[in-house]
Design a binder for this molecule. Structure first.
Ligand code: AMP
Ligand code: MN
Ligand code: MN
Ligand code: MN
Length: 301
């Protein structure tokens, strides 16, 4: 946590921000847009004191087997997860599935169709960048992409490499967000599909980083209401994508909506995060943790 974030914390939150945290339910590997391979990610998490880790690659579960094997070696509990891209009311939202069944056909097929959409979108992103005087984007992004997923992060890394911008945050601001040359409107899965695939597989549907969507209060309340009606049962309260004041805000929303609370760094690799793994602020005491009845988490107490 950086200095500017620290000054927004209450004294209790400041104390907890230096304490190790054992649970991290949102992370990425090279299968999507992380920089560590699944086994490396697990080793890194274990070294930092994480005991229960969910691997939640974007729209792809193909890293789970490797991560499970590494987790056994490191004595860490690996939760099978995924982060599903969805479109709700014209906005992109992310649904994290925890304890999903990686063999459940509707989920496997649904994710495959999202990945297909990603290829077509990548071609359009590259065309937009080319018009803005940046050629070779598709090949450039592909070099950063791992197995099957191509994302804006891979384009961002290519643009930084070529010196068009100084860092990843600036690439998103100047090129990859709505209204900018490399931004493409895209239809992902519907919220209903995303939640249905996850819960149908026996998993828990968690609304990822609800503070990141830039929704006003009215739309945010609508989203939480619909998400719950569709079978969603938790929201991320503590997230690497949230500012400290949002931790408090979403702790309140979770309680108000009767939703369970999840915590996750949204880890993308060393140097690619606002919060390091194993250093998450503690969940607010009024929230019911999503892992409350999980066997692997009970063992921690
Ligand atoms: P995509 O799913 O292809 O649209 O890419 C979304 C990914 O881009 C997210 O999962 C983040 O990892 C990354 N991302 C989105 N916005 C930003 C930002 N402003 N700065 C850095 N990374 C971002
Ligand atoms: Mn990402
Ligand atoms: Mn996300
Ligand atoms: Mn994520």
């Amino acid at each position: 946590m950086n200095y500017f974030a620290m000054i927004w914390l209450t004294p209790q939150e400041r104390k907890h921000s230096f304490m190790p945290s054992y649970i991290d339910l949102h992370s990425h590997s090279t299968v999507s847009d992380g920089t560590l391979a699944p086994a490396q990610l697990v080793a890194h998490a274990a070294a930092l004191g994480v005991r229960v880790l969910a691997l939640t690659d974007h729209d792809d579960m193909s890293g789970l087997a490797e991560a499970q094997e590494a987790a056994q070696q490191h004595g860490l509990a690996l939760v099978n997860g995924v982060e599903v891209s969805a479109t709700w009311n014209g906005a992109t939202v992310h649904v994290v599935g925890l304890k999903v069944n990686p063999g459940y056909a509707p989920l496997v097929e649904g994710l495959a169709s999202i990945r297909q959409g990603r290829y077509r979108r990548a071609e359009s992103i590259a065309a937009g960048l080319e018009q803005a005087g940046i050629p070779g984007g598709l090949e450039g992004a592909r070099r950063y992409a791992g197995r099957d997923i191509i994302s804006r992060t891979h384009f961002a890394r290519f643009l930084v490499e070529r010196g068009y911008v100084k860092d990843i945050a600036t690439v998103f601001k100047k090129y990859l967000t709505r209204g900018k040359p490399g931004y493409v409107e895209h239809r992902w899965a519907s919220l209903e599909e995303a939640v249905g695939w996850v819960t149908g597989s026996g998993g828990v549907a968690v609304l990822a980083h609800p503070g990141r969507y830039g929704l006003g209060r009215v739309n945010l309340l609508r989203l939480l209401t619909e998400f719950r009606e569709l079978g969603g049962c938790a929201i991320e309260v503590i997230s690497g994508s949230h500012a400290p004041w949002q931790h408090r805000q979403f702790a309140q929303f979770a309680q108000q909506f009767g939703l369970l609370a999840s915590v996750g760094s949204d880890y993308h690799g060393p140097g690619h995060n606002t919060i390091e793994m194993g250093r998450l602020p503690e969940l607010h005491s009024g929230c019911v943790p999503v892992w409350q009845e999980w066997e692997e988490a009970v063992k921690l107490h």
